[in-house]
Ligand binder design. Structure first.
Ligand code: GLC
Length: 478
């Protein structure tokens, strides 16, 4: 089974969000199942030198974009059983960061055509091309419209995975007409049209053979207007070929027994975990209060993550018998809210407005509770890492949060965390208060920790589910 991943970011090369974690770990898990997975990424300026030095040239060809002909170099490196190809074009990709340029439509139009154009030149024939998010969304369109009929390409099947439906790659139709040599039929009526322009993601959803998203609940939710981002009716019409497969995390990368960033290695010993808590509060200048729960927020500071709920009840949260650590960057308004709260309550809250992987690990290790009250959450990775580090999640019941955190029931002793249903600040506050109460009940607490210990959030099961899906697509059962 040969599967080519097309995605715009992957750990350890370049990361702006959770997509990079998935593309950095799912291919390895599939490789362990015997799948020959290869990944194709743009060669961005920001890829660290240690990786760039290891790149080997593979081939050079030209990519046709409407009337233009653009250079395309393919370079490669092999890491943990997975071949990574990098698409080299300095005009498009030798810039800081990944996205946010005025010519992003052109850059990713180029990327999509380069991925398909490269196949005969790299001596690899995928059974499946697995496309992730809008940046790769035009690949299934181009495949159907221009490549499927060519002998070198015949029989390939395509999968489109939505990591976040909010980002749809909508641009003016004139740009699509200019960069792709597609007939007018693709722009009329139902096809690529979205909000008066055209959408990369919509193309991927309509022209791929199968659609997945990163949790079963999100797969259901996006078929409703509330979560559907104006694509819900399209997704309802495609529900027979839409499924959710929950993300895992890399259990070797995220392992409190073997994490170079944390002070004291541990797995289930809560006393060793407490030593990490002391180190963390010391590092952040918070007074040591080992008997109070330490609640962590490690997140992009944007509204999707439920930050406005926190803003609504901040004084009440600061009045709780708990300490808080916050790590992340995002909207200035939210950054300011946390800085301001830290200024007013220096004994209670430390706000670290930055991105720092080592500090993130120390927060997972040092905290007792982990708050993630998202407005919507396709899967979410923070809650999975938190559980791996035995920090008990408090989440809103949406998307992957609902699928991975089971609410604690003090009567049956079941459950791995705390959750609330409605997007309501006081429901959240009540749930946090309850979590703080349970922290002071040693029996309940050790029950929750032992329930968490029995869960498996590694990629094992999910990679198996993808492998089965690929198998069915290849055999044309679906
Ligand atoms: C996006 C989603 C997040 C998901 C990640 C990886 O970042 O917002 O919920 O975990 O993609 O699939």
């Amino acid at each position: 089974m040969n599967v080519l991943f097309a995605a715009s970011e992957a750990v350890p090369f370049v990361k702006t969000g959770g997509l990079a974690d998935v593309i950095g770990s799912l291919p390895q898990a599939l490789a362990k199942l015997g799948v020959d997975v290869r990944v194709m990424l743009p060669k961005y300026e920001d890829i660290p030198g240690e990786w760039k030095e290891r790149l080997e040239p593979v081939t050079v060809f030209t990519v046709k974009m409407g009337w233009r002909e653009q250079y395309c170099g393919i370079e490669q490196l092999v890491q943990s059983g997975v071949t990574y190809y990098f698409i080299d074009n300095e005009y498009y990709f030798r810039r800081k960061g990944c996205y946010g340029y005025g010519d992003d439509a052109e850059r990713f139009a180029y990327y999509c055509q380069a991925v398909l154009g490269a196949l005969p030149h790299i001596g690899y024939r995928p059974d499946i091309v697995h496309c992730h998010d809008w940046q790769a969304g035009m690949i299934p369109v181009l495949y159907r419209a221009q490549y499927a009929q060519q002998p070198a390409y015949a029989g390939i099947r395509t999968v489109m995975t939505i990591h976040n439906l909010r980002y749809q790659g909508v641009f003016g139709k004139e740009q699509f007409r200019d960069y792709f040599s597609l007939g007018e039929e693709h722009f009329s009526g139902y096809a690529l049209e979205q909000h008066g322009g055209a959408s990369f993601l919509k193309g991927g959803l309509l022209y791929s053979d199968f659609i997945t998203t990163v949790s079963p609940s999100y797969a259901e939710e996006i078929q409703t207007p509330y979560y559907g981002e104006h694509m819900d009716s399209l997704l309802r019409s495609q529900s027979h070929r839409l499924a959710g497969i929950v993300n895992g995390i890399d259990y070797d990368t995220f392992d409190p027994m073997n994490d170079p960033h944390i002070a004291v290695p541990y797995r289930d010993s809560l006393s060793k975990k407490r030593q990490n808590k002391l180190k963390l509060t010391e590092r952040l200048g918070l007074p040591a209060m080992p008997d109070l729960p330490l609640i962590a927020i490690v997140s992009r500071l944007v509204d999707q993550k439920g930050m406005d709920l926190i803003g609504r009840v901040l004084p009440e949260l600061m009045a709780l018998d708990a300490q808080w650590v916050v790590l992340g960057t995002g909207e200035p308004r939210i950054e300011h809210m946390f800085r301001d709260a830290a200024g007013r309550h220096p004994d209670k809250l430390s706000a670290q407005i930055l991105f720092d992987e080592a500090l993130a690990r120390q927060m997972y290790a040092g905290s007792d509770l982990f708050l993630m009250p998202s407005l919507f959450e396709p899967c979410g990775i923070g809650q999975l890492v938190a559980m791996r580090y035995r920090s008990v999640p408090i989440v809103r019941e949406t998307g992957g949060l609902k699928d991975t955190v089971q609410p604690f029931n003090e009567f049956t002793g079941e459950g791995t965390g705390f959750s609330f249903t409605n997007y309501n600040a006081h429901d959240m506050l009540y749930t946090i208060e309850r979590a703080v109460r349970m922290f002071h009940d040693p029996q309940a607490w050790s029950q929750i920790i032992s329930n968490i210990r029995k869960k498996d959030f590694s990629w094992r099961k999910s990679a198996q589910a993808y492998a089965e899906l690929y198998g069915k697509l290849k055999e044309r059962v679906i």
